[in-house]
Write a protein that binds this ligand. Structure first.
Ligand code: SF4
Length: 459
């Protein structure tokens, strides 16, 4: 702790901080906090960090370009989790408080998000993105401190020695300010993208790519730590103060399952076709293929069937809809091959779970379509030409089609879908900017002006 006298001396602050528990601004969270934390701080700190991670997720979905993304994340950090440098003129007490909050909040969320595979994956993804952002925004000295703290064991190659070590390969790096030697297995993604020169089993990583290396190592260590936390969680089972807070925290990720406010029974088998104009591209495609082939394979039936359920098609109407859509088969074939599955989706068979519509994340990242399949996300799974043709069929102007196709080609699938939604909505004067698309049902509700959705925890 600091004496009152010491804290008031601004010029002494950096010296005090340097000899404190938090001498550097940035951390890779190697050691758990030893400090006492009140239950109020426990929840407030964690919620503030969660706001930052959700802002990163939102920025990745919504930002128009890298500068916009950095601005959005920077604003969220300033608001919820500021971390000032040792050179700032802030009192040492404030610098220490900021670093303590950063440290403690990371470990609380580690515990909260270790509960399931999906939560771990969400937390890993956005903690790595946060570390990368901070590394990129840091000055050279802070970067060196962070690399030292991460013990990445990078051998720095002085500029004067590059030519002798790499021969003509040194020219690949131009005037890069620093170059590091690592075992090539640690940077396989950079090797695959031809971003590094290889020599005798070593890769030479330029300064501009060290953030990727740092994030990779951080991710591996954090994944192991989360697995350890998950095993330790049952020991908290009796703690009536902490467990509800931890559950509440992990229930508040941005990527919650979307539930439409539409009531079951709001849509009939007869009205589905008339609603198709408001479907997102994935559902337009499934709906059109079902009409063309009078059949859909399992992946397509699940994706479209649960989407229609979310729209308000109840079980009896779903059975009528699919029976009519599969017009070429007999009643017996339909009853034996398909009706059970439809009832199962509504919780009337099997383990009687009430299955929810698929989220975009699930559609994009799991069960990719094979030959003859029509499920999936067109922004992710269509070839560029086919995607452009689908967008043109949706009567979008050329400029919008080009922009959306470019976003999809760059891997920003949900951003592309959100632009698709914007392009449609902007046909109507006075429409506000829509939320980022995270679910086909949300797209439909926003497109058709349905009541705002409720969000339910999917975990
Ligand atoms: S982003 Fe989501 S809603 Fe849009 S097409 Fe892909 S899966 Fe469908």
């Amino acid at each position: 702790m600091f004496s009152q006298h010491a804290v008031k001396r601004e010029d002494a602050a950096p010296e005090l901080v340097r000899h404190s528990r938090y001498p550097t601004r940035l951390s890779v969270y190697t050691d758990a906090p030893e400090l006492e934390v009140s239950i109020e701080e426990f929840e407030t700190f964690a919620l503030d960090r969660l706001q930052v991670l959700r802002a990163i997720e939102d920025a990745q979905l919504r930002a128009k370009g890298e500068d916009d993304q950095r601005r959005r994340v920077g604003e969220a950090l300033d608001r919820h989790l500021p971390l000032h440098t040792n050179r700032s003129r802030l009192p040492a007490r404030q610098l220490m408080a900021e670093r303590r909050k950063d440290h403690v909040s990371h470990f609380i969320l580690r515990l909260a998000f270790s509960r399931t595979e999906e939560l771990r994956s969400w937390f890993l993804r956005y903690e790595c993105a946060l570390l990368k952002h901070r590394f990129r925004e840091a000055d050279a000295a802070e970067r060196q401190e962070l690399l030292a703290a991460a013990r990445l064991q990078l051998a720095h190659i002085p500029a004067a020695e590059r030519k002798a070590m790499l021969g003509p390969g040194a020219d690949f790096y131009g005037a890069q300010e620093a170059l590091f030697e690592v075992d090539f297995e640690r940077v396989l993604d950079l090797v695959a993208r031809s971003q590094v020169v290889l020599r005798a089993g070593k890769a030479y990583v330029p300064q501009t790519e060290v953030a990727a290396l740092l994030a990779h190592e951080f991710r591996q260590r954090l994944a192991r730590a989360l697995a350890v936390c998950a095993k330790a969680l049952p020991q908290l089972g009796e703690d009536e103060r902490l467990v509800p807070v931890l559950h509440n925290l992990s229930n508040q990720t941005a990527r919650r399952e979307y539930r439409s406010a539409t009531a079951a029974g709001a849509v009939s088998a007869d009205s589905v076709d008339s609603l198709a104009d408001g479907f997102p591209l994935c559902m337009q495609h499934l709906h059109a293929q079902l009409a063309a082939d009078r059949h859909l394979r399992h992946g397509g039936r699940m994706q479209l069937g649960l989407f229609l359920k979310g729209l308000g098609l109840d079980m009896q109407e779903a059975l009528a809809y699919w029976r009519r859509a599969f017009g070429a088969m007999t009643d017996d074939q339909f009853a034996k091959g398909y009706a059970y599955n439809i009832r199962h989706n509504y919780g009337a068979e099997g383990r009687r779970a009430d299955y929810a519509p698929y989220s975009c994340h699930r559609i994009i990242t799991t069960n990719p379509p094979g030959p003859g399949d029509h499920h999936g996300c067109p922004f992710r799974h269509f070839a560029p030409e086919r995607l452009r043709a689908a967008l043109h069929r949706d009567r979008l102007p050329d400029a919008d089609v080009r922009e959306i196709a470019a976003l999809a080609a760059a891997g920003h699938y949900q951003v592309a879908c959100t632009r698709h939604l914007e392009a449609r909505l902007l046909r109507r004067p006075g429409d506000a900017q829509p939320a980022a698309v995270t679910s086909p049902n949300q797209f439909f509700d926003l497109c058709s002006g349905a009541a705002p959705a409720a969000a339910a925890d999917s975990r």
